[in-house]
Structures are given as structure tokens and as C-alpha cells.
Design a protein around this ligand. Sequence first.
Ligand code: NAD
Length: 502
Amino acid sequence: MSGLEVDLVLPNGKPIQLSIGLFINNEFVRGSSVEKLTSIDPANEESIASVEIATETDVDRAVDAARAAFNNPAWRDLTPEDRAQLLHRAADLCEKHLDELFALQAWDVGKPYQSSKAGEGAHFLGCLRYFAGWADKLTGKSFPVSKDKFGYSIRQPVGVCGAITPWNYPLTQSAWKLGPALATGNVIILKPSEHSPLAALYLAKLFKEAGYPPGVVQVLNGYGNRTGEAIASHLGVDKIAFTGSTATGKRVLRSAAVNMKRVSIEAGGKTAFIVFDDADLEQAAKWAKEGGFGNSGQICNANSRVLVQEGVQDKFINLFSDIAQATTVGLPFDDATTQGPQASKMQYDKVLGYIHSANQQGAKLVTGGKPYTCDAANGRGYFIEPTIYTNVTPDMTIFREEVFGPVIAVSTFKTEDEAVALANDSTYGLAAVVFSENLKKAHRVAARLQTGTVWINESNGTDYKLPFGGVKQSGLGRELGESALDGYTEEQIIHVNLGVQL
Ligand code: NAD
């Protein structure tokens, strides 16, 4: 016991003890700052718990522990099978405590508890297990050079990794980084967003219980401009895996340059959802709702721009708006809820600002467009109605900027070329969607879209078996799938002289 435990009753009724310290060297410890970080329940604006935050001194301490762990035979000399087994054990413990993990997360950021535990929970566990499966499958290459010489490559872990995550998928984003980092023999310091500090603390406890040696997995809460910056610019950190906004991603790149860290960036997006006139419009409307309003629109690849071919726009917009209006906005722990509040006051204000700009700039409101009064929350909380605008033109702010809320901008196009040009008219390049029953056309269009991912006749279906990442200002590198292993390993080339004499 560290004296840093708080007793909480989760909104799903489960009592838990949560350690609110910094997790360094397998212990929960106090930070060197008197300042604390308070998590606010976005459904009722009440505080949940206050946690320790890491200063530069605390980051130094964690990096020293990480370096020692990386060089410790208890970790360094584990066989690939041992690393796989450890990760499987961690995943099994997470599954056993899925209620606690997903209730903490839902409480912290306002996600519908039951549906996020089912959908995101399966992805989170699957991702850890998928990467556990890679631990004993890392191979190198051999290079024949001449009869007297050959070369071969081996894959070495990068070393001390810093993982900086956002608040929209705190657990999933952690798994995307913990999985490949640990499967390949790295050590990792996880810094959750200041808007979602809680679930990672519980995760830390479970990874310790799984048997990870001290210093291999550490969690430091804190603000981005201090704790995040200290990790990104630290000379003892070898790699940063960052997920967050494009603006912060650029700052992280600059900080990481100090020692030429390996960097992966998963940043913002402005996904275009193209509906051709030969699409199954009912399916398109359902998927547009799923991919646009899911997680209260707080998804990096949310299909926030819908481009509809002229001729079917009225029919599509009617279907889409009916489905949007059927959304049950409500309390995260009410099983009927399909859309919870925005995750924070800051985010709520930002989204309402975009709604204001759409009204000012002449977009036509079809549905929504205002805060939602949640009676069950006594009128409190950061709820916003699912909102659709039509007549959106490319010069409007809601066409160009990432709203990160339940606001969808609909524009129309005449030809295939125009659809491609509109979709590509963005500084972002994370994802795009094509709806058409003509698969030849859908594939042709997909290949012309400047994005890391294209979904044909579906939306937003991230799968940990497939690589994910952005082009343009949506990111650098790929997470998930086999490609993720490249970001956590260095290819080392060994030259072997079999007989060349000097
Ligand atoms: P954010 O950029 O504000 O913060 C992300 C993380 O960076 C947080 O942990 C924050 O504390 C930290 N941070 C902030 N300033 C920092 C600095 N100077 N140095 C180091 N770290 C710093 O983003 P957010 O609001 O938490 O998340 C929303 C954004 O994340 C959206 O733009 C969304 O598109 C993006 N996102 C992208 C993906 C993807 O896979 N491409 C996935 C989820 C979210």
C-alpha cells in the first residue's frame, strides 16, 4: 500500500480501490509537484478523483527506471515465447477486469458504458493478444553477397518508448502502443491525456500483476505541455508513439528532433464519405451515422464530410436525418444510451463554436444544432444533439477543420472527378469512404483518394490486423497490423566474411 489509494464506487455499482500515484518501477508513488489533476465526469460536471502529475524530475526518474529495465536480464533475456505469454497474461487479467476498466473509462470521458465495453473492449483485448502472437514471429532477412560473403538482418527493439495518447479512446490507444512495444522487447512509458487519467492507472496495476518486471511498463499522468513535452524531448527516450491533434503532433516532432527519436504520429482527420447515386442509400445512411456520430463524433476518422451525388441528395439526406434523430443521447451508464456527452467542457465549447460558424457562414441546418438538455443529468453535462448541415461549401470552416463532435457537413457533387477533388481538398489524409454498388468504380475511386485508409461500403471499421495511419498532415508511420512492428524495431545488418583475405 502506498497511501495513494482512493476508494471509489464505479457508476456500474462496483467498488474499486484506485491508486492515483505515478506508476514508476512497479510502484505507485507521489509526484514531486503539489499540483494534482482532477478528472471531471462530463455527464454531470462533478469531480471523480485527483491524480498525481509528473514533472520533469519525475519523468527523469521514470526514464532511468525504464533504461535499467531495458538492460535488465529479467526482461532483456526473456525468450519470445515468454514475452508472448506475459502479454497474454496481461490481456487475460484485463478481460477479467473489463468491467472496472471500461467503467472507469466511461466515467472519465462519457462513453456509453455497455456498448463501449462490448465493442471497444473486444478490440482492446484482441489487439493485445494479436501482438502477443507476433512476439515469436519476428524474422530477419539474409542477403547473399558473393561466394565469400553474406549478410543477414535481425530486428532489435528500439529501447525506451514514450507513448502519448489522446482522451477519445484511452484504453484502445494504450493497447495499440503497449501491444507492439512489449511484444518486440521494448520498455514503455505511457502518458495518458489530462482529460482521461483514470483507466491507465488501473491498467498499470494489471500489467504489474501479470508479471512485468519493474520499469517495463510505467504510467505518468500530467499535462501535455509539461509531462508530454518532457517525455518527447527527453534524451533518454528512444521513440515516441504519439496520437493526438495535428498541431500537437508537429510540436512533438520538433521536440523529438533533439536526439533524433524514432517517431510515429497518428493525428487528426477530416474523412470524406462519398455516396454515389448507385449506392445502397439505406446502408450508406446507417454507416454514415455510425462513423460520424459514434463516440459522440470524437473519432479521428469520423466521416465528418459527407459528399452526395446530385440526384440522390434529397433521398439520402432524409434517410440520414431520420437515423440521426433516432439517436438516444443520454447518460453513459444508461443501457439505452447510444450517444453520451462530449468528453470535456473544452471540447463541448469547441464543438458549439463550430456550430456557430456553420450558421454564420450560411450552411443549412437539417437537424440538431444545439446543446442537448439531459433531464436524467438534471440539465447538466456536456451533451450536444447529433447535427447535420447541408449546402456546405469547401470554403466553410466545418468543411475544412476537424470538429471532433457530432456535427456532419453534407456537400454535393456531379461527377466522379468532382467527388475525388472534393474529398482530396483537405490538409488531412487519414481516411475516406466510398459507397457504390459498382465495385469497379469504388476501387478506381479508392485508389485516387489521398488517405491512409479507404473503406468501401462501410465506415470506420478499424481492425488491429490491418495497418492504420495517415498521409499528409494526418500522421507519420503506421500502427496496427504487421506494419506496427517496424515502428518498434530497428533493422540491424550483420556482414559475415567467410573468406575474403586482405
Ligand atoms: P491533443 O493533441 O490535445 O493531445 C494528445 C496528447 O498529447 C495528450 O496526452 C496531451 O497531453 C499530449 N500533449 C499536448 N501537448 C503536448 C506537447 N507539447 N508535447 C507532448 N505531448 C503533448 O489531442 P486530444 O485532444 O487529446 O485528442 C484529439 C485529437 O487526437 C484529434 O485531433 C484526433 O483526430 C486525434 N486522434 C488521432 C487518432 C489517429 O489514430 N490518427 C486517434 C485518436 C485521436
